[in-house]
Design a binder for this molecule. Structure first.
Ligand code: NAD
Length: 483
């Protein structure tokens, strides 16, 4: 990997401001999913090293919470500026470990940094309230205080932005953080640690621990001194972490899986709608919790839509994310490809028709070719499961009541897309859809100002927006009596 600044590529954990080896000598390789080559190794820390990280964060907390909000702002903005100054290197590291195209990786650096700027500002607006007193001779109000050490467990599909969206909010609120990145994509997290150090963020405030995921998480969830847990990942692991956090009654925020419907109304131009659906489906090779998973098209334009969708889909270039012009990189590992192939076999065996999906053309064993199914029914895995791959299913519907029922037929409730210009139809769908986020006539929906999160089994809490910082703040009520 050629970097302008090779020191951004770190193969240690980062604990208490120190680059740390594994005391037990255990380590794990990290591979580039595009070619299977090992790009580096990470240490798997021992339990006592993980506990030492909590000790360090606990000590560092006192001084960090005592800073003024505008002082924390300066640290965060220095971190933000360094991210943008090293955008190209951060993108290179991300593409090497995650596989996404360099264009997507650069976009993620910008997106990730934008949360740091947002929360740097929001930290200055962690306002309390005063309220008219019902108690004689008293003044009543609230103060916002940092909740304490926050544990941040993040996935491999957005190795940088999922960290900054959480860490910036926690740091701005006055909380130290312990980041546990996915072992598939640790180097983006470690590059962020290097930049945090250069930004002058004090030792013990931004830590990155590495180890066996289940081992590290169960140890840290049991830690009394960790007060908040923010997790992005699968619903399966989210449930497990909720159970593990119950004993110490942590503040939890969960951004879990999605199974987004993409609804197209009868008034839409099928070509425009198909272009948008392709964009909503294939970003990060479909490994995106916001990826359109079930495409529901009004029966009157279904066939035209399918034709345009297929034509656009078949133009997508599949290859190494480092090559110019690549639209779709590899999936994260072979297991993910096998899961996608299982979903494809299931749809075929249950009578769906396939377009694309010519696996013989895949440029390597971790690649999955874009695949479209028509005639999809709710019995198929392509409908029920979050595909997390470039596999899409299209179903025709007759009217709004039917499409609302179909769209809500999932345990997930993260995001939904609606494409129509009919205001009455828009309002009905907006109110009827059981999803935390509904995007009308726009593929792009996320960013710092909006509350990101799901309902049902897609999660708890919201990240970003004016309430994102609340996940890391306690509200202390005071009654000043005897006045
Ligand atoms: P995952 O749940 O397997 O892993 C996420 C994190 O949990 C990683 O750090 C992993 O190392 C850790 N982990 C794995 N097994 C664990 C265990 N037994 N105990 C404790 N920790 C464990 O998820 P993933 O495959 O890395 O990411 C894909 C999932 O994340 C998808 O379901 C996707 O929808 C979801 N996701 C959600 C959002 C959102 O904001 N809602 C964003 C991105 C991804």
């Amino acid at each position: 990997m050629k970097l302008n600044d090779p020191r951004l590529f770190r193969q240690y954990a980062y604990v208490d401001g120190r680059w740390t080896h594994a005391d037990g000598g255990r380590e794990a390789p990290v591979v580039n999913p595009a070619n299977g080559k090992v790009i580096g190794h990470i240490p798997l820390l021992e339990a006592h090293q993980i506990r030492a990280c909590v000790d360090a964060a606990d000590v560092a907390f006192a001084a960090w919470r005592a800073l003024r909000a505008d002082e924390r702002y300066e640290y965060l903005m220095a971190w933000h500026d360094l991210m943008l100054a090293h955008r190209e290197d951060l993108a290179q590291i991300m593409t090497h470990e995650q596989g996404k195209s360099l264009a997507d990786a650069r976009g993620e650096v910008d997106y990730g940094a934008s949360f740091v700027r947002w929360f740097a500002e929001e930290g200055k607006r962690a306002l309390g309230e005063t309220m008219p007193s019902h108690i004689p001779n008293a003044a009543l109000g609230t103060i916002k205080e940092p909740v304490g050490i926050a544990l941040l467990i993040t996935p491999w599909n957005f190795p940088l932005a999922m960290i900054t969206r959480k860490a910036a909010a926690a740091l701005a609120a006055g909380c130290p953080v312990i980041v546990k990145p996915a072992n598939e994509t640790p180097f983006s997290a470690l590059a962020l640690a290097e930049l945090a150090e250069r930004a002058g963020i004090p030792a013990g405030i931004f830590n990155v621990v590495l180890g066996e995921a289940a081992e590290v998480s169960s140890l840290l969830c049991a830690e009394e001194r960790i007060k908040a847990l923010s997790f992005t990942g699968s619903t399966r692991v989210g449930r497990l972490l909720l159970e593990q956090s119950a004993a110490t009654v942590k503040r939890v925020s969960m951004e879990l899986g999605g199974n987004a419907p993409f609804i197209v109304g009868p008034d839409m131009d099928p070509k425009d709608a198909a272009e948008a659906a392709v964009a909503a489906k294939f970003q990060t090779s479909g490994q995106d919790c916001l990826a359109a998973n079930r495409i529901l098209v009004h029966e009157s334009i279904h066939d035209d839509f399918v034709e345009h969708f297929a034509a656009r889909m078949l133009e997508l270039k599949v290859g190494d994310g480092l090559e110019e012009g690549t639209d779709l990189g590899p999936l994260i590992h072979r297991r993910a490809v096998e899961n996608a192939l299982g979903i494809i076999d299931d749809a075929l065996s249950k009578g769906a028709s396939m377009i694309g999906g010519d696996q013989a053309k895949a440029p390597g064993e971790n690649f999955c070719m874009p695949t479209l199914f028509t005639g999809v029914t709710p019995k198929m895995r392509v409908w029920r499961e979050e595909c997390f791959s470039p596999v899409a299913g299209i179903t025709a519907y007759a009217d709004e009541d039917e499409v609302i029922r179909l769209a809500n037929d999932t345990e997930y409730g993260l995001a939904a897309y609606v494409y129509t210009h009919d205001i009455r139809r828009i309002w009905k769908l907006l109110r009827g859809l059981e999803f935390g986020m509904v995007s009308v006539n726009s593929v792009k929906m996320t960013g710092p100002p909006v509350p990101f999160g799901g309902v049902k089994q897609s999660g708890l809490g919201r990240e970003g927006g004016t309430t994102g910082i609340d996940e890391y703040l306690e509200t202390k009520y005071y009654c000043l009596g005897g006045l």
